[in-house]
Write a protein that binds this ligand. Structure first.
Ligand SMILES: [Mg+2]
Length: 158
């Protein structure tokens, strides 16, 4: 099931190795919002997260954009002042990713998608030939495979 297979897996975004991404020629990252950058319903942004984002931008010269299917947050959120964001983006539609690439100014093969959504982020990014990083705090291999199997069964039934 290669279309659901991530290029890389991480328990959290902090595990992602910027040096390795830079070596792989990654110049832009499309970041999911809910449960990737922000825990669902979380109100504040941690200093660690801001440091992580700034590090990617300055140290690795990797451009970042948030692409989320959610509505924009109602409360002020410092992340949105730091990096561009597309909300209600309609992932996994190709248009959602192409809009992001246009803003980043990067090609598909030099852009990574980081997210916790198997369809929205992994499949969406993979089918455009982008590098995909699956972020899941509860990641275990059997769990993931079971999840994909159930998903495929669901899709086939539709
Ligand atoms: Mg998500």
């Amino acid at each position: 099931m290669p279309i659901f297979k991530p290029s890389q897996i991480a328990h959290s975004i902090y595990e992602i190795d910027g040096d390795a991404l830079q070596r792989a020629g990654i110049k832009g990252i499309i970041l999911d919002w809910n449960n990737t950058l922000m825990k669902k319903n979380a109100e504040s942004v941690s200093d660690a997260l801001i440091t992580w984002l700034k590090n990617f931008q300055s140290r690795y010269a990797i451009k970042l954009i948030i692409v989320s299917n959610s509505k924009p947050p109602t409360q002020e959120n410092v992340l949105i002042n730091e990096i561009p964001a597309l909300f209600e983006a309609g992932k996994p539609k190709k248009k959602a990713f192409i809009n992001a690439l246009n803003i980043l100014g990067t090609r598909r093969n030099e852009t990574a998608v980081i997210g916790n959504g198997i369809i929205t982020d992994l499949w969406g990014g993979n089918r455009l030939g982008m590098y995909t990083i699956f972020v899941s705090p509860s990641w275990t291999k059997p769990h993931f495979i079971g999840m994909v199997k159930r998903l495929v069964v669901k899709v086939l039934r539709v």
